[in-house]
Design a protein around this ligand. Structure first.
Ligand SMILES: NC(=O)C1=CN([C@@H]2O[C@H](COP(=O)(O)OP(=O)(O)OC[C@H]3O[C@@H](n4cnc5c(N)ncnc54)[C@H](OP(=O)(O)O)[C@@H]3O)[C@@H](O)[C@H]2O)C=CC1
Ligand SMILES: O=C(O)C1=N[C@H](C(=O)O)C[C@H](O)C1
Length: 242
C-alpha cells in the first residue's frame, strides 16, 4: 500500500529531509508540500499529514487534518502536556495523531534510560544545546525528558531556590538549561548528582539524518493509529521504564 503524505513545513530543514525520505521510499508518496503561505486545503486527500512547523501553525494544521479525516504525525516542538491533553480530547473516534518530541532512536533511548536513573537521584538537571536557528527553548525533547523522569519517579525533584539567578527554567521540578550555538545540531545531557558521584546520560545529534528511521516508522504507523500516541518508543519496542 502506498501512503500519500502532506508535509507542512516543507520549506524548512525538517520538511526538506522528510521530502527526501518520501522520494527515497517505495511505500510513501508526496501529496502536498505546504509552507507558511499555503492553504491548509492543499492537504485534503492525503492519507497522513506530517507537521514540522511552529507550535501555533501546528495546532491549526492538526485540527484541520482531523476535521477532514486525516491522521497526523507531529514533529513540531512546543506540544506541552496541557496542549497534548487538550488534543487527546479533540481527536475524533477512529482518527489518530502521533506526536514525536524526537524522531532519533538514540534520543528516545537516552530519555528512556534517564527515566530509569531518575529514581535513584534527587539532584537532576538537563543541559541542552541546539543550532542557532532554533526558535524555541527549552527544546521539546528536554521538556519531555523532564516530564518523563518526574512521572517515572512518581514525584518531582525539589527545584532550586527561586532566589538564585541563572538556574535554568524548571520543568517538572528539573532545571533545564538551553544553549543556542552555531556548529551544533542537537545535544542533550541529563546529569544526575548523588553522594560523591555524578551520572551523565548524553545524546548528540550530528546530522538531521538521525531522524530518518523515526520519521519512516511514524508515517507508516500513522495510517492505522487511533487516539493520541506520544513518542516512537512503542514503535521501537521500548516499554515503560521499570
Ligand atoms: N521531532 C523531532 O525529532 C524534530 C523536531 N524539530 C522541530 O520541527 C520544527 C521545525 O524545525 P525546522 O525544520 O528546523 O524549522 P525551519 O525554521 O527550518 O522550518 C520551519 C517551517 O515551518 C514553516 N512555518 C513557519 N511558520 C509557519 C506558520 N505560521 N504557518 C505555517 N508554516 C509555518 C516554514 O515555512 P516558511 O518557509 O514559508 O516560513 C518552514 O517550512 C521545530 O518545532 C523543531 O523544533 C526539529 C528537528 C527534529
Ligand atoms: O529544532 C531542532 O533542531 C530540534 N527540535 C526538537 C526539540 O525541540 O527537541 C528535536 C531535536 O532536539 C531537534
Amino acid at each position: 500500500m502506498t501512503i500519500s503524505v502532506a508535509v507542512a513545513g516543507a520549506s524548512g530543514r525538517m520538511g526538506t529531509l522528510i521530502q527526501q525520505i518520501i522520494a527515497n521510499s517505495e511505500n510513501l508518496k508526496l501529496h502536498a508540500a505546504l509552507t507558511s503561505t499555503s492553504s491548509p486545503e492543499e492537504m485534503l486527500g492525503a492519507d497522513v499529514l506530517i507537521d514540522v512547523t511552529r507550535i501555533e501553525a501546528s495546532e491549526k494544521n492538526v485540527a484541520f487534518a482531523l476535521e477532514h479525516g486525516i491522521n497526523a504525525v507531529v514533529g513540531t516542538s512546543g506540544w506541552s502536556q496541557e496542549r497534548l491533553t487538550g488534543l487527546e480530547q479533540r481527536i475524533p473516534e477512529g482518527r489518530g495523531v502521533i506526536v514525536v518530541p524526537n524522531f532519533s532512536v538514540g534520543s528516545v533511548l537516552g530519555t528512556h534510560l534517564a527515566t530509569i536513573a531518575g529514581k535513584f537521584y534527587d539532584s537532576i538537571e538537563i543541559l541542552e544545546a541546539h543550532h542557532d536557528k532554533k526558535v524555541d527553548s527549552p527544546s521539546g525533547t528536554a521538556v519531555r525528558t523532564a516530564e518523563a523522569i518526574s512521572a517515572a519517579r512518581g514525584s518531582e525533584p525539589v527545584p532550586p531556590n527561586a532566589d538564585q539567578r541563572s538556574r535554568g527554567e524548571v520543568v517538572a521540578g528539573i532545571p533545564v538549561h538551553a544553549l543556542r550555538l552555531r556548529g551544533v545540531v542537537a545535544d542533550q545531557q541529563v546529569i544526575f548528582g548523588g553522594t560523591g558521584e555524578t551520572l551523565t546520560i548524553r545524546h548528540e545529534t550530528f546530522s538531521n539524518t538521525a531522524y530518518t528511521q523515526g520519521i519512516q516508522l511514524a508515517l507508516e504507523a500513522a495510517t492505522t493509529a487511533t487516539g493520541l500516541t506520544v513518542g516512537i518508543d512503542g514503535l521501537l519496542g521500548i516499554g515503560a521504564a521499570a
